[in-house]
Design a protein around this ligand. Structure first.
Ligand code: ATP
Ligand code: MG
Length: 561
């Protein structure tokens, strides 16, 4: 396969790269980067960008750097840097020895700024940030030139050096690019390049008290690293002239910026700034709360890197913003786990069943299939005994028409075991059903009737004396509405947090084969969904998260559209 071909479907970014390779624009090189700001944990939107940047590099036999865009010291932390590295690695990507920090280039940024000042292309401005905003104008009205715009070069050099030396307080001065206050593009109206901020940085400590702005630092970082295609989200489209302006004025190696539509998912938020509010406001248990669509949250929930990569592939890369239905993400994990997860039996809301004609102390072992999708995963033994648990929901004293599961006098199949018939219902003083008495038919061992007798339902169950106790956490969407902006006036997305997003069941019964389940292990609990052992499992206490139910809502969504 030549570097021009790729294994996966094309998109407009790949088309651009293919064309650039044909014309030898970058000497046959393809070099991308993923440039997160370490001011929070990564989310599924970042996963799209990671898959795109590392994926494109891989497809064209190029390279992809991991770069911490750490130019804003007040919001950035080492914890986030470590979490970002872990998430990128977990998704299956490798930056090899190309882990970079924008802060490594601070000296270079400074030199470039001095060069622009000398060229008369940058000046020190004494306007406050409010004044800068006022002078900037609007979409319809041109801006006004700063009274400091025509300072002599020598004065600018002197002031800029003193800004660096710490002579001035925060916010008192900025360094601005001298471009065009009448430009139709507001980003070109003398944008700020540097601001004064007396704040320690997690890597450079107290060395700097001036920090570069994103638009200025990003293009130079790309240039230093020899990036060929600088892929970013659409909101930077209007910043591209500025990206190009800095590099042209500095006359340095010039990558090309390409914008694509960011990922939005229904029923959740998609911004570190919003996730941080959920974490700090105590709405969730942390960045890796399984309700969060952070990568760490999805991992804890039981998502696999394969499912997320597959999701990124399916949503594709577009030039226009849209919202992806969260049902598609769920479809992708279901599809993946269907192939790889062992089936086991777990009763989440137990109802005790005594099989009255089954011997008191003669438990037996029955054969169960681990995964009908994959016979190679083998079989296991499941113990059966006189007292078992079934789901409360699988019994109705007065069954409605369409209810075919257990009811008084009715016969059903117990998966891998026997046919049972309900002969008696025991209630407590409040009238609640607390126990069922059933008979079983020994001739139906394994779950088939020799006389061809049909039953309409098959229930899962767990033997009481062999059951493992577990806590199971069920999750629903984080928000009650698909659109996080669909809120009352004056309120924000926190007003539509789903109060039922977490349900904790503490009295669950699991089949004994789950005894050694370790954090991260994934199973299908028959009929109940896919589940993943949570890191809270410890010291014999088992905790599981429901990753996703078995109901494929995506198929329904597609049929409708
Ligand atoms: P947030 O709003 O969550 O803070 P951000 O864009 O400020 O996101 P960065 O750390 O700057 O976060 O993003 C790193 C990279 O990930 C950028 O190239 C950005 O374009 C990309 N990215 C961020 N959010 C999304 C998204 N929802 N879909 C696709 N790519 C995204
Ligand atoms: Mg950002």
């Amino acid at each position: 396969m030549s570097a021009l071909e790729s294994t996966r479907p094309s998109n407009f970014i790949k088309d651009i790269i293919t064309e650039d390779l044909k014309t030898d624009k970058y000497g046959g090189r393809v070099h991308t980067r993923f440039p997160p700001e370490p001011n929070g944990y990564l989310h599924i939107g970042h996963a799209k960008s990671i898959c795109l940047n590392f994926g494109v590099a891989k497809d064209f036999k190029g390279l992809c750097n991991l770069r911490m865009d750490d130019t804003n010291p007040t919001k950035e932390e080492v914890e986030y840097v470590e979490a970002i590295k872990q998430d990128v690695r977990w998704l299956g990507f490798d930056w090899q020895d190309r882990m970079f920090y924008a802060s490594d280039y601070f000296e270079r940024f400074y030199e470039c700024a001095v060069e622009l000042i000398k060229k008369g292309r940058a000046y020190v401005c004494d306007l406050s940030s409010d004044e800068v905003r006022e002078y900037r104008g609007t979409l319809t009205a041109p801006g006004q030139e700063s009274p400091y715009r025509n300072r002599p070069v020598e004065e600018n050099l002197d002031l800029f050096e003193r800004m660096r030396a710490g002579e001035f307080p925060d916010g008192s001065r900025t360094l601005r690019a001298k471009i065009d206050m009448a430009s139709g593009n507001i980003n070109m109206r003398d944008p700020v390049m540097y601001r004064i901020l007396h704040a320690g940085h997690h890597r450079t400590g107290g060395k700097w008290c001036i920090y570069p702005m994103y638009d200025y630092a990003h293009c130079i970082s790309d240039s230093i690293e020899g990036i060929t295609h600088s892929i970013c989200t659409l909101e930077f489209e209007d910043h591209r002239p500025l990206y190009d302006w800095f590099l042209d004025e500095l006359n340095v190696y010039h990558p090309q910026q390409i914008e694509f539509a960011r990922l939005n998912l229904s029923y959740t938020v998609m911004s570190k700034r919003k996730f941080i509010q959920l974490v700090e406001g105590g709405y969730v248990r942390g960045w890796d709360d399984p309700r969060m669509s952070t990568i760490s949250g999805l991992r804890r929930r039981g998502y696999t890197p394969e499912a997320i990569r597959n999701f990124a592939e399916r949503i594709g890369v577009a030039k226009r913003d849209s919202v992806v239905d969260i049902a598609l993400l769920e479809y992708c994990i279901r599809e993946d786990l269907n192939k790889r997860a062992s089936r086991v039996m777990a009763v989440l809301r137990p109802l005790k069943v005594v099989i009255v004609n089954y011997p008191e102390d003669k438990p037996e072992e029955l054969d169960a299939v681990n995964n009908p999708e994959d016979p190679g995963m083998g079989t296991r033994k499941v113990p059966f005994s006189r007292v078992i648990y079934i789901e409360k929901d699988d019994f109705r004293e007065d069954p409605p028409k369409q209810f075919f599961r257990l009811a008084p006098g009715r016969e059903v199949r117990l998966r891998y075991a026997y046919y049972i018939t309900c002969v008696d219902v025991i209630k407590d003083e409040k009238g609640e059903v607390v126990e069922l008495r059933c008979t079983y038919d020994p001739a139906t061992r394994g779950g088939d009737s020799p006389d061809g007798r049909k039953v309409k339902a098959t229930l899962h169950w767990v033997s009481a004396e062999h059951a493992l106790e577990a806590e199971v956490r069920l999750y629903d969407y984080l928000l009650t509405k698909p659109n996080p902006d669909d809120v009352e006036e004056g309120k924000d997305f926190k007003s539509i947090i789903n109060p039922g997003s977490l349900e904790i069941l503490t009295d669950c019964k699991l089949e004994p084969s789950l005894k050694d389940a370790r954090h991260g292990d994934k199973y299908q609990f028959e009929r109940m969904g896919y589940f993943c052992a949570d890191p809270d499992s410890s010291g014999g206490k088992l905790v599981f998260n429901r990753t996703v139910t078995l109901k494929d809502t995506w198929a329904k969504v597609q049929k409708r559209s």
